[in-house]
Design a protein around this ligand. Structure first.
Ligand code: PEP
Ligand code: MN
Length: 338
C-alpha cells in the first residue's frame, strides 16, 4: 500500500500517523521527493483501514498495490484448492456437473428430474427450497418441505444435494445438505458469510448481480477467514446495459479467478441466459474457458415450472448437452460420475 502525503504537511502530524501505522505491525518506507512525499507500507496491510488513512489531514491519496484478500489469493496459496463432497472432488482437474430444477415443487418432480440428470451423468442435484424472488407474490419455495424432498431424491439417486440458504438462522436445517449455495442476492450478506465461515460445509458462493471480481473474492474471504476452506465460486451473469439476455455471462470471470485465486469456479449459464436455447452455447464456453464445472437448471416440464421455466432445459435437452460436454471435457479432464 502506498500513501501520498500532502505537501507542506506538519512533520509532527506525519510522525504521529506513521507511529500509528507501525503500531499495527506494518513497516514504513519513507521517500521525500522534490514535489511529493511517498510512504510505502510493507507487510500485512489487510487490516489497515483505507478510509481511516484517507481521513487523515496529511494524506493526499492511498493506493493499494496488492489485493486486500489474502486467504482467497493464489499468491499465498499457489496450488488449486480441491473440495471433497460425499466422495466426489470439485476442482483440481475434475469437472462437476450440478443439475436440477430451479425450485423443488413436488416429490414426483424432484425424483423425476434427479433420476434424469443422474442418468445423463450429472454428479450433483440442485434444487431451491427457499427461493429469493423479486416479487413477494411469486412462489417462495416449499421451504422445509423442499429440503425434505431433496433428501428423499438424494436417497433415491445417491446424488449429493446443492441448495440455497437465505439466512444464518437456517444453518441447523442445512446441517445435512451437501453443498450450501449462497445466492447472488446474498453475496454480501456478511453476517451469513461469517456464520458459514464457522462451518465446514462446502459453500457455493454466487457472484452478485452487480458485483466486481474483487467484491466476490472479499466475500469468499469472509468465509475463509472464519476457518472454512471449502469455498466454490460461481459466475452466473451480471447486469449490463444489454437487454437481449437476462444477465451477461462474464466468461472472463473464469481466467480471472484462475489467475487471482486458488478456489474452484463453476459457471451457471441458466441464470445468465434466462432462456433455454442459449444455455448450451454458454455452457460450452465455460468448458473452453477452463471452468471446474457447470450448474444447469433442468425441469421435467419447463412450461409448467413454478420458477425459471423459460431457462430450464427438459431432460432430453440436458442429455444432449451432457453428451457434448462430456466429449469436450474428456479431452483434458476427468468428469465426475453421479
Ligand atoms: C438459483 O440458483 O436458483 C438462484 C436463485 O440463482 P442466483 O442467486 O444466481 O440468482
Ligand atoms: Mn433459478
Amino acid at each position: 500500500m502506498i500513501l501520498i502525503l500532502k505537501p507542506q504537511s506538519e512533520q509532527t502530524k506525519i510522525d504521529l500517523l506513521l507511529e500509528q501505522i507501525e503500531n499495527q505491525g506494518v513497516s514504513i518506507h519513507f521517500s521525500k521527493g522534490e514535489t511529493e512525499t511517498i510512504v510505502g507500507l510493507v507487510g500485512d496491510t489487510t487490516h489497515l483501514d483505507e478510509d481511516w488513512l484517507r481521513a487523515n489531514d496529511v494524506v493526499a491519496d492511498v493506493r493499494r498495490v496488492s489485493e486486500p484478500y489474502k486467504l482467497a489469493n493464489r499468491r499465498f496459496h499457489p496450488e488449486d484448492t480441491k473440495i471433497e463432497v460425499a466422495g466426489r472432488i470439485i476442482g483440481e482437474g475434475h469437472f462437476a456437473m450440478i443439475a436440477g430444477p430451479c425450485s423443488v415443487e413436488t416429490e414426483e418432480q424432484i425424483i423425476c428430474v434427479a433420476n434424469a440428470v443422474k442418468k445423463s451423468g450429472a454428479a450433483f442435484l440442485r434444487g431451491g427450497a427457499f427461493k429469493p424472488r423479486t416479487s413477494p407474490y411469486s412462489f417462495q419455495g416449499l421451504e422445509g418441505e423442499g429440503l425434505r424432498l431433496l433428501k428423499i431424491a438424494r436417497r433415491e439417486t445417491g446424488l449429493p444435494i446443492v441448495t440455497e440458504i437465505m439466512s444464518e438462522n437456517q444453518l441447523d436445517d442445512f446441517a445435512d445438505v451437501d453443498i450450501i449455495q449462497v445466492g447472488a442476492r446474498n453475496m454480501q450478506n456478511f453476517r451469513l458469510l461469517k456464520e458459514l465461515g464457522h462451518s465446514r460445509k462446502p459453500i457455493l458462493l454466487k457472484r452478485g448481480l452487480s458485483s466486481t471480481m474483487e467484491e466476490l473474492f472479499m466475500s469468499a474471504e469472509y468465509i475463509l477467514a472464519g476457518g472454512n476452506p471449502n469455498v466454490i465460486l460461481c459466475e452466473r451473469g451480471i447486469r449490463t446495459f444489454e437487454k437481449m439476455i437476462r444477465n451477461n455471462l462474464d466468461i472472463s470471470a473464469v481466467p480471472i479467478i484462475k489467475a487471482k485465486s486458488h478456489l474452484p469456479v463453476i459457471i451457471d449459464p441458466s441464470h445468465a441466459a434466462g432462456i433455454a436455447w442459449m444455455v448450451e452455447p454458454l455452457a460450452k464456453t465455460a468448458v473452453a474457458a477452463g471452468a471446474d464445472g457447470l450448474m444447469i437448471e433442468v425441469h421435467n416440464n419447463p412450461a409448467k415450472a413454478l420458477c425459471d421455466g423459460a431457462q430450464s432445459l427438459n431432460p432430453e435437452q440436458f442429455d444432449h448437452l451432457m453428451v457434448d460436454i462430456k466429449r469436450r471435457v474428456a479431452f483434458e479432464e476427468k468428469i465426475l460420475e453421479g
